[in-house]
Design a protein around this ligand. Structure first.
Ligand code: ADP
Ligand code: MN
Length: 176
């Protein structure tokens, strides 16, 4: 249920390569939701503690990210895009989408992105063991967690349709 005091916030999570950014971009185009790409934000606003040479990514500073977004999330109207979900305040989100892809599909996408060796392997393992789905179910009420397949363009278009439908029901003024 959408908190009556603010607009809706949707979190789109999932293993890297499952299609979060593409899906959120389409959804933001088709609605009044604003796309908040946490990875980009962390880089742009330097909400990190440097670069992790092992994992080859910025070391996100979760407190800085949450402080930075508090006001915007309290107003609502956001679709947040990140491969993690356990450090955001639970009250921020009305719906938590977990995108999922088949191993072979994800492998090709990540290899295309230039991921190799350990980084490729770790992300494939993360998807096989449904780490993000579990994290979402541990961090949010089960009934707001929505796993969705993201193997094909048709899946993506169905997912955007399902999310627009959810908005139509829960926050119709955000549907264009
Ligand atoms: P994420 O943000 O989760 O890392 P992206 O949205 O960047 O994933 O997608 C990774 C790559 O996979 C992109 O090249 C994108 O076009 C492709 N892709 C993502 N989702 C799908 C899908 N459902 N069907 C086909 N291609 C997809
Ligand atoms: Mn992304």
């Amino acid at each position: 249920m959408v908190d009556g005091q603010r607009g809706p916030n949707i979190l789109v999570t999932g293993t890297p390569g499952t299609g979060k950014t593409s899906t959120c971009a389409l959804l933001a185009q088709a609605t009044r939701l604003k796309h908040v790409n946490i990875g980009e934000l962390v880089k742009e606003k330097e909400l990190h503690d440097g670069w992790d040479d092992q994992l080859l990514c910025h070391i996100i500073n979760e407190d800085l990210v949450c402080d930075h977004l508090e006001e915007q999330m309290s107003a609502g109207g956001n679709v947040v895009d990140y491969h993690g979900c356990d450090f955001f305040p639970e009250r921020w989100f009305d719906l938590v989408v977990v995108l999922q892809a088949k191993t072979a599909v994800l492998y090709d996408r990540l290899a295309n992105r230039g991921y190799m060796d350990e980084k490729l392997h770790n992300n494939i393992q993360c998807e096989i063991f449904q780490v993000l789905l579990e994290e979402a179910r541990e961090s949010y009420k089960e009934e707001i967690v929505m796993p969705l397949p993201s193997d094909t363009i048709e899946d993506m278009s169905n997912n955007v349709g399902a999310l627009k439908e959810w908005l139509r029901t829960h926050a119709p003024s955000y549907v264009i």
